[in-house]
Design a protein around this ligand. Structure first.
Ligand code: ZN
Length: 179
């Protein structure tokens, strides 16, 4: 088993509440969000190894994340847990990447799925720290706190530590509600 000390939450930076299923002319079934992300990561030059593709999701050539949580609450898998991801520069070797579809508002079922997944991973990796992508930005003024002006990206669009302290209940401004 790969040694894991970090679980990183991301967002897909896609429109809030949009499922990202994509219909394809001439194809009977839509592309799934994980297939859409896989295509985007292929363009960015990410590539999975043949060995891990044989072990999990052989159709996904590139996806950098280990889990992807859809707006309908589905938890899809990407890379194998023993496979080094491609989701956060400098921290990939010992981390797991989770991606929420959306930007900074996620559906109630997405939030439930995230809590369930994080709890399950905590059982397997009790010593792993949980954080958001932006929390791994460089601490430019070296005060020990990664402040908003230091964020390289806003990903995942919410405060992971505050969500944990709130018993994994999302804050209203991060809950997507269709009008
Ligand atoms: Zn990210």
């Amino acid at each position: 088993m790969r040694s894991i000390n970090l679980i990183v939450i991301h967002c897909a930076a896609t429109p809030n509440g949009r499922s990202m299923f994509r219909s394809v002319p001439g194809r009977a079934v839509s592309m799934t969000p994980v297939e859409v992300l896989d295509e985007m990561h292929k363009v960015r030059g990410f590539a999975r190894t043949a060995g891990f593709r044989a072990r999990q999701n052989p159709n996904l050539t590139s996806i950098g994340y280990h889990f992807i949580i859809y707006t309908n609450g589905t938890v899809a898998t990407g890379r194998h847990l023993d496979e080094v991801g491609a989701h956060v520069q400098g921290f990939n070797a010992k981390s797991i990447g989770i991606c929420m579809i959306g930007t900074d508002e996620f559906t109630v079922v997405q939030w439930k799925s995230l809590a369930g997944l994080v709890n399950a991973l905590n059982e397997t990796y009790p010593d792993a720290r949980l954080c958001g992508h932006r929390d791994l930005s460089p601490d430019q003024n070296k005060n020990g706190i990664i402040e908003p002006f230091e964020w390289l990206k806003i990903c995942p669009g919410f405060d992971v530590a505050a969500w944990l302290n709130n018993d994994m209940e999302p804050f209203p401004q991060n809950v997507y509600s269709p009008l």
